[in-house]
Write a protein that binds this ligand. Sequence first.
Ligand SMILES: Cc1cc2nc3c(=O)[nH]c(=O)nc-3n(C[C@H](O)[C@H](O)[C@H](O)COP(=O)(O)OP(=O)(O)OC[C@H]3O[C@@H](n4cnc5c(N)ncnc54)[C@H](O)[C@@H]3O)c2cc1C
Length: 463
Amino acid sequence: MTSAPSRRQFLLSAGSLLLFSRLNATVRAFAQGERVLVLGAGMAGISAARTLVDRGHSVTLLEARDIAGGRIRTDTSFGAPVDLGASFIHGTKGNPLVALANRFGVATYDTDREEALYVNAAGDLLSGSVVSQAQREFDALFEKLLALKRGLIRDKSVGSAASLLLKRVRQRRGAAIGDLVSFLARSELGIEFGADLNQLSLENFDEDESFSGPDLLLKPGYMSLVDGLSEGLDIRYGQMVRAVAWSSSGVRVTTASGVFDADRVVITLPLGVLKRGDIEFSPGLPSAKKTAIAKLGMGVLNKTYFKFPAAFWQTGEDPVGYIGNVRSGGRNQIPEYYTLDQAVGVPIVFGFTAGAQGMRFEQLDSAAITTAAMNSFRKAFGTSVPEPEMVMQTRWSSDPYSYGSYSFVPVDAKTEYYDTLARPIDNKVFFAGEATHRAYPGTVHGAYLSGIREANRVTRSFS
Ligand SMILES: Cc1cc2nc3c(=O)[nH]c(=O)nc-3n(C[C@H](O)[C@H](O)[C@H](O)COP(=O)(O)OP(=O)(O)OC[C@H]3O[C@@H](n4cnc5c(N)ncnc54)[C@H](O)[C@@H]3O)c2cc1C
């Protein structure tokens, strides 16, 4: 940190030759260590910093919170580690996070949906035959959406394309299967992207890539990967970035409590934060990047955790159970739950809410959330279901250091915007983070890989 002049003075470069020469002096001093600032200590920032430090660069991470991890946050107040942000390593084959978990000796659980329960509005369990028929209908609907996408002249929402198809399924197959297919569409397409179906672009539908193999949960929580990767890194906490400026001589980052000069900067701040426009960029972001920031969507996925005195749900052999609350009806009803008792040894359940409903949940108090959840649990599992001992609601869209959960491509936006967001400026300012990874947006592995990608670019920029 320097006690250099204010950012405003720095920007007025025409009249600030003296200040510029002072910056030049600072940067020259740093140049021997090829000094890099990384903004944000989430997975992208940490992977960028780790890669650069391992190559001998001198790196400082500036983080607004008092803890690393960003949208990875493991809480232990329930008596077992539970993840308030990312939970799953999505896919095992080729996923670099699996290698990381092995490297740090982190135990994982395979999860799948073989033991999924689907409960209808009356609280009745749907039969295996209804579930498998609905799954086949959903797979067919997915293929039809892809065909509609191929013939598209003008972009429209996945929701508008799906609604007619869903209506037909219902007419053909009846209410029970129709309801479950609609539920699967909302769950697999909407909750997955943290958005409502009528927000998602059909033209860009299913453009991202994924790793095959099961999803994994990390036994000690996702923070175990952050802890392993960040060991020994220079992370300055409580440093809320307010301005980023660059010139031919170097970069200057102003935080709420200091000014930092370096040769390069890697910006990993979440799309939600960039969208707010509270950070001043000088001489200014290119207009294509501004468009990408404005047009990409920041989705909302929230979790509600419940800890019960005992498990009242059927526990199977899978470490994680799934309960789909089909046609949940009420606005405060959580559509899907995961049971964790087998995995963590404590009777914990968590539910997902996404899009508009996820945002609404941020306004609800814990009593309203609990009443609605208990209503549906008691319908499905009987009146003896006990009250929860603890309830915790995440509020990612109100989080001032994320303003949302992860990115998605809305109607009239393009997947290319992810590449635009990733494009460096003047070989000095670099961008990483989940919303800069076109193949794997919205994921921890996307964030991780984007950090390595930018570290490589930074190293090349010095040669
Ligand atoms: C509820 C939820 C569930 C999810 N589930 C999964 C999952 O199961 N699997 C999966 O792969 N992904 C999941 N994700 C997505 C995944 O968590 C993110 O894609 C990934 O963690 C993003 O990493 P990042 O480094 O790009 O951003 P972040 O982790 O957000 O890191 C950015 C950092 O910048 C800091 N920051 C913000 N503003 C400032 C500022 N002004 N100054 C300084 N620092 C600042 C933040 O505090 C943060 O530490 C989930 C996300 C959420 C919210």
